[in-house]
Design a protein around this ligand. Sequence first.
Ligand SMILES: [Zn+2]
Length: 345
Amino acid sequence: MKTLRAFIESLCSEQCAGREPGSAGGRAARALVLEAFREAGLEPVEQPVPGCSGANVLAPLRGDQDRWVLVAAHYDHVGQSGKHIFHGADDNAAAVAILLDVAQALRSRPPKGRGVLFAAFDSEEMPHFQTEAMGSEYFARHPTVPLDTIDLMVCMDLVGHAVGPDEAPDDVRRSVFALGAERSEGTGVLVDRLARSEPGLIIRRFDAETIPPLSDYWGFWRREVPFLFLTNGRWRHYHTPEDTPDKLDYPKIQATARWLERLVREACARPEPSVRFLSGVRDDASTLRSVIALTQSLEPLSPLAAAARQTAEGLLRRCDGKGRLADAERSALQMLVAQLESGLA
Ligand SMILES: [Zn+2]
């Protein structure tokens, strides 16, 4: 298989032309994904998504049990505008490369327990978001394995870049944000245990409600499938022609692939017969602890960070025993996260 970087560059080539669903570029990207799955030793199938004239690519790796961990990344992007190609290196070629790298690693040494279904979804971007023309939503409506046999859906989006400005400290740059672990039994404990297991990477948990559900996990969350959303957040090149492969952080991408491989192995081998979705749970305390850690590191760079950290510490003290803030205080938390996100973009 190509290296992660070479694969990202091929998805961002002129030939793929921004990978718009249903376009020649979208088909070229899909051919690359199919070929890479085959090279990894899997048997990928196309699932046509009629509403966008595109298709999902699904590659199962059967396990000892008839239950699944689904690992997903969308491979489409927004195409072209005039002569400008939107290459979408961070959104979402990097994640697709990680998906294929993990597929290859798990195929050559299969995990114990559950099977793994690898999904490269089409049509995540506007205008199809949250309709049947969106690849992941189409899959959720027409699943190839019963949704109630999926014990974890891992969704990656925007996982190719270092977090924050160039001068930000390493422990900020190496962050990957993990959302939604609180929504299923035992998943938060698993993610916390592995948070610093991969050199060069720190996994920081946030509650799923911290940001609007603008990626492929949305349809699974809604259907109460346990999920985990991995993202490095939006950066300044988000949805511009400047989102190109030369700006990505390749050591971090490599580390993310190894971390994800470990997570999937552990999720496959979990001893429970099934993983329970937890509705009505919210974990503001995890979000606040992540905000505090990040702002602490950013303090030498920005006076705003110190103020944000104090606000976060005050809010953390007001969480109840289950880690929840009163509804009236949640807007303060959301403002804090929005500030941090724009500071890090
Ligand atoms: Zn995306």
